[in-house]
Design a binder for this molecule. Structure first.
Ligand code: DHK
Length: 145
């Protein structure tokens, strides 16, 4: 049976393609979603892809993942740098978690270099554009087996 992965995307990622394309690229959220489903198929992973601009909605989805998903791939976007609540939500759910970012957050503003949410994740992949998600899915697959 293929493992189930919840792919979560935080605030402003619905604006991909329009939003600062020189930084985030020209692919839209729908492109990213299609890419994740295709990658999931290749890696025999069942993907559920979601995006929200609301911290509470993301937290609810993380709680729901318990007993329903085998792993979480999360791009917390700006909330990763600010949200202890999102970190706490991730820590409630004892399944493998990988954080991804499209950009290399370590090359950017100093306030982007800390990630609260990363503290509850098995690892972090950043800087490879949409391929960060592909690498994140393979990392989860490795962990889950
Ligand atoms: C996305 C965001 O929205 C930013 O707030 C983060 C991240 C970086 C990304 O690279 O995917 O700082």
């Amino acid at each position: 049976m293929s493992k189930k992965i919840l792919v979560l995307n935080g605030p402003n990622l619905n604006m991909l393609g329009i939003r600062e394309p020189e930084i985030y690229g020209t692919k839209t959220l729908s492109d990213l979603e299609a890419f994740c489903y295709a990658e999931g198929k290749k890696q025999s992973l069942q993907i559920d892809f979601r995006q929200s601009n609301f911290e509470g909605e993301l937290i609810g989805w993380i709680h729901e993942a318990l007993n329903k998903f085998d792993g979480i791939l999360i791009n917390p976007a700006g909330l990763g740098h600010t949200s202890v609540a999102l970190l706490d939500a991730l820590s409630c759910v004892d399944i493998p978690k990988v954080e991804v970012h499209l950009t290399n957050i370590h090359k950017r503003d100093s306030f982007r270099q800390n990630s609260f949410t990363a503290k509850s994740c098995n690892g972090v992949i950043c800087g490879f554009g949409i391929n960060s998600y592909k690498l994140g899915l393979s990392a989860l697959k490795e962990i889950i087996g």
